[in-house]
Design a protein around this ligand. Structure first.
Ligand code: AP5
Length: 295
């Protein structure tokens, strides 16, 4: 399954990607995480990307494309991948299309996560990451004391919460503006190719996961089972031989993955920060996600 998650900053691409990683057993490829890792390591790419990232602007297409080409060339993407934060411009989308055509690995689905601006800003302003393990939290859904009472799996000490340098009010405003200008046009690009599915990504993390599962439909759920041998079920007793002769993907009904998502816990939130003229829908908010490696 080769999936692109599209959506504005803070729409939950990383959070939902992580859940798909668990569900489908394929890697998340987050351009933001890759760039932050490059910045943290002080590589040439990191040095060239940092200024744009700090200002909320996009990093040059050529740099990002080179990075993504290398990442998609790694062996763990052969069974599929979830692209989070890439592509972000029409040039990137066209280049990705060419790259995947050359690899004979076309995209299966592009899912647009729709969240209103007030909620985007609220989610971003509440985001905190553990400086050691990289796990992402949200202060609106998990009180700081509760987060800090958990032990970081990397250090064994309480999580050390930090805020992303680009999660400040001025930079967020620029990131949202850039998203509208450069990335929103990708919706039409992918709609024209019949790949686009749009979901309402307001609501808590569990609810959004459930909608995402529905949007991806049977192919994703069949892939999830194929990716996780431990969860495979034996063919039903009745007609077992006939079923065993079918491809596994044809034997399983796409039901339990959404069921699993729906059974997970619920989360809540509140909000603040000026959102200038955007639609004022309210929602309950969900938990953070462990996004990428420590930066
Ligand atoms: P990147 O890291 O990709 O940032 P982004 O697109 O701005 O996305 P975010 O990571 O802010 O949000 P998200 O949608 O992943 O939301 P999350 O799940 O974390 O890019 C950073 C920078 O790198 C860019 O500005 C650019 O400079 C550069 N860059 C990256 N890719 C590039 C590219 N392709 N080309 C050029 N430049 C590029 O959720 C946010 C918060 O909300 C979390 O705290 C989470 O816990 C919480 N949350 C999630 N879901 C819910 C929910 N349903 N309810 C309540 N809270 C929720």
């Amino acid at each position: 399954m080769r999936i692109v998650l599209l959506g504005a900053p803070g729409s939950g691409k990383g959070t939902q990607s992580q859940r798909l990683v668990e569900r489908l057993g394929i890697p998340q490829v987050s351009s933001g995480d890759l760039l932050r890792a490059a910045v943290a390591r002080g590589t040439e790419l990191g040095r060239r990307a940092k200024e744009a990232m700090d200002g909320g602007r996009l990093v040059d297409d050529s740099l990002v494309l080179q990075m993504i080409r290398e990442r998609l060339g790694a062996g763990d993407t052969r069974r599929g991948f979830i692209l989070d934060g890439f592509p972000r411009t029409l040039a990137q989308a066209e280049a990705l299309e060419r790259l995947l055509r050359d690899l004979t690995q076309p995209l299966d689905a592009v899912v647009q996560l729709e969240v209103d601006a007030a909620e985007l800003v609220r989610r971003i302003s509440g985001r905190r990451c553990c400086a050691d393990c990289g796990r992402v939290f949200n202060l609106f859904t998990s009180p700081r004391a509760a987060i800090e009472s958990e032990l970081c799996p990397r250090t064994g000490a309480p999580h050390r919460l930090t805020q992303r340098p680009d999660d400040n009010e001025a930079t967020v405003a620029e990131r949202l503006r850039v998203y509208e200008e450069k990335t929103r046009p990708l919706i039409d690009f992918y709609r024209a190719r019949g790949l686009l599915r749009v979901i309402d990504a307001m609501g808590d993390v569990e609810e959004v996961s459930r909608r995402l599962g529905q949007a991806l439909g049977a192919p994703a759920l069949r892939a999830a089972r194929a990716a996780k041998p431990a969860t495979r079920r034996a063919p039903h007793r009745t007609g077992a031989r006939r079923k065993a002769a079918q491809p596994k993907s044809a034997r399983r009904r796409p039901k339990s993955a959404t069921g699993r998502a729906a059974r997970r816990g619920k989360a809540r939130a509140g909000l603040r920060v000026n959102t200038r003229g955007k639609s004022p829908r309210t929602t309950r908010a969900g938990q953070g996600r462990p996004k990428g490696k420590p930066r």
